[in-house]
Write a protein that binds this ligand. Structure first.
Ligand code: SF4
Ligand code: MG
Length: 313
């Protein structure tokens, strides 16, 4: 069947005073209908750029985005609005995305107003409905963002994302700012909404254990590229790319279901996005790097049930 969202050879470069930033270089990703794709990697690897190009908040430099089988790469105006109503986003910091002077009811109504849907009374009713879906009382619509806790604000962010009954919700570090106990509640809320509405998620996090909890498939990004991709349990139990293995080995042993393996400490930082390393971009940090890795970029190819970009897997 046709994937709901697909990125095909997606490239995003943007100019800065220091030079051209290589945020994404030929990324292929697909999210199926009703599926959750988890996207994991260190901060700065291009995960948020994937979110921004998928939502058409920023144009691609090259490549293509399909939504529900249609090329939406260059859509503008009304044609873009109609796609936007089917995609929503939940941000890391809901407080930053909520206007402090606008009460929750009006903040939730806004997407309906923009799309010119319903009467004022219908919109209010829909706000009450969305608040109930995320476990908040309808009276809360008259309150302001500062009156809520971090977890409640994230529920409000999710309620707002639900207002247009989207088919895909992009969550970018949606629980990273929350305490551990609140985090679990919000993750379970998202899983419940998926059961209830069949919504798909592109679930982005630097935290592999959170991604594992949420996803059907996992894609691992490094320096603007996908380096490994596959079914959740395969990537979790038998990671193949040296970078995925290093990420896995950094997960605390208290985590249930963790396969214990010797810890690989990654030397050095993420490469400079202005000048990504030649050959395999991971080679300056890779414990297995060989001469070939310094010269030739490995292509993503099928290995076992995964896709892996490494010469030696
Ligand atoms: Fe490491 Fe070479 Fe594989 Fe890159 S291609 S991950 S440097 S072994
Ligand atoms: Mg980010």
């Amino acid at each position: 069947s046709v994937p709901l969202l697909s990125l095909k050879k997606a490239v995003k470069h943007y100019p800065t005073q220091a030079g051209m930033v290589h945020a994404l270089d030929s990324v292929d990703l697909e999210v199926g209908r009703g599926e959750t794709l988890g996207l994991v990697g260190e901060s700065g690897c291009g995960k948020s750029t994937v979110a921004r190009v998928a939502l058409r908040l920023t144009p691609l430099t090259a490549g293509r985005i399909d939504f529900d089988g249609e090329d939406v790469t260059k859509r503008e105006g009304k044609a873009l609005q109609s796609v936007r109503s089917r995609l929503q986003m939940v941000f890391q910091d809901p407080y930053a995305s909520l206007n402090p002077r606008v009460n929750v009811g009006r903040a939730l109504e806004e997407p309906l107003v923009v799309q010119q849907r319903g009467t004022a009374a219908e919109r209010r009713e829909h706000v009450a409905w969305a608040l109930a879906r995320v476990g908040l009382r309808p009276e809360m619509a008259t309150r302001y963002p500062h009156e809520f806790s971090g977890g409640q604000r994230q529920r409000i962010g999710i309620a707002r994302a639900l207002m247009l009954r989207p088919e895909l919700i992009v969550c970018d570090e949606a629980v990273s700012a929350l305490d551990v106990s609140v985090r679990a509640q919000v993750l379970n809320l998202l899983l419940g909404l998926r059961e209830e509405f069949g919504v798909s998620y592109l679930f982005i996090s630097h935290d592999l254990s959170v991604v594992r909890h949420m996803s059907d498939r996992i894609a691992v990004m490094y320096a603007g590229l996908v380096v490994e991709q596959g079914p959740r349990d395969a990537v979790w139990r038998a990671p193949l790319h040296p970078y995925t293995r290093a990420l896995m080995s950094a997960i605390p042993r208290t985590q249930p279901g963790t396969v214990h393996r010797a810890r690989t400490v990654l030397a050095g930082d993420l490469p400079d996005p202005l000048q990504p390393p030649v050959g395999c971009r991971f080679h300056p940090r890779c414990p297995q790097a060989a001469e070939r890795c310094r010269q030739e970029a490995p292509a993503l190819r099928p290995v076992a049930s995964q896709w892996v970009a490494c010469h030696f897997v």
